[in-house]
Design a protein around this ligand. Structure first.
Ligand SMILES: Nc1ncnc2c1ncn2[C@@H]1O[C@H](COP(=O)(O)OP(=O)(O)OP(=O)(O)O)[C@@H](O)[C@H]1O
Ligand SMILES: [Mg+2]
Length: 251
């Protein structure tokens, strides 16, 4: 099967500082990948660069989506092509309600303006599935939301936008046990054989009940280890010392 996303020898820097020194990754449709690594190794940097965030400078390598080289394209193009990122720290947007934001985003991605009433109906049905009160639709995006409410709203976006590939950056952090389950259920509802997920996490809970295809460990600017689901348990029990040593030897 062809790759949905291919990352070749990607180098990313921020403010003159090189963070990623050559990341290679291949993701096929239907797969779920997990990305782990110590704080500050560049996990968020990687997904932000993949999404086309202009703060991050790609100084080498290529990003191939569905066979198309998108390395030099803008963020909105990548979003329209079906790339989605759930932010580690979702931004507050005063003046724009959750519903308005999602209607505009869905309109852009689907290529046509969304009719108000039909869209509201669709939104409410997804909110019901997520056990989210409809009143959140009328609130300004993330303004005054608790940490957990922000993360759930990110999953609401995932379920409405139905991207081809989704990067979830610590969508589980700060969530209570029931909310983690809601997020995992949302991921399961979204995932099918033609889309793919990359989940960044420091915990195993969010992964419970999901079939993980590959686990990657980032260290020292590149992927230092790739394994199966068992790697998550090993890291949680033993930490990263083994990999950071390996990273130094590689470098
Ligand atoms: N806007 C920025 N300005 C300066 N340095 C930055 C910026 N964004 C990221 N960095 C630096 O790049 C490095 C990688 O950060 P990144 O957020 O990608 O790490 P991470 O792997 O996601 O960590 P965590 O597990 O804590 O979320 C860090 O040293 C960070 O301080
Ligand atoms: Mg991060």
């Amino acid at each position: 099967m062809n790759n949905l996303l291919e990352i070749r020898d990607l180098e990313v820097g921020i403010e003159e500082k090189t963070i990623l020194k050559g990341v290679d990754l291949e993701i096929k449709p239907g797969e779920i990948h997990v990305l782990m690594g110590q704080n500050g190794v560049g996990k968020s940097t990687l997904v932000s660069a993949l999404m086309g965030d202009p703060k991050y400078e790609i100084s080498g390598g290529q990003i191939i989506l569905d066979g198309e080289d998108i390395t030099d394209t803008k963020a909105d193009y990548r979003a329209r092509k079906g790339m989605f990122m759930s932010f580690q720290n979702p931004e507050e947007i005063p003046g724009v309600t959750v519903e308005d934001f999602l209607r505009a985003a869905c309109g852009a991605v689907r290529g046509q303006k969304q009719k108000v009433l039909a869209f509201k109906k669709e939104l409410y049905s997804v909110m019901d599935a997520m056990q989210m009160d409809h009143s959140y639709a009328d609130r300004y995006l993330n303004v005054g939301f608790s940490g957990g409410e922000k993360k759930k709203t990110e999953i609401l976006q995932l379920l409405m936008l139905k991207p081809r590939i989704a990067f979830l950056d610590e969508t589980d952090s700060g969530l209570d046990i029931d909310a983690v389950r809601t997020v995992t259920n949302g991921i399961r509802d979204y995932h099918n054989s033609s889309n793919a997920l990359v989940i960044i996490t420091h915990n195993a809970q969010i992964l419970e009940g999901l079939k993980i295809d590959k686990v990657h460990v980032i260290g020292n600017g590149s992927i230092v280890k790739t394994g199966g689901e068992e790697l998550v348990r090993k890291i949680i029990e033993e930490g990263y010392s083994e990999f950071s040593k390996g990273g130094e030897c590689d470098g």
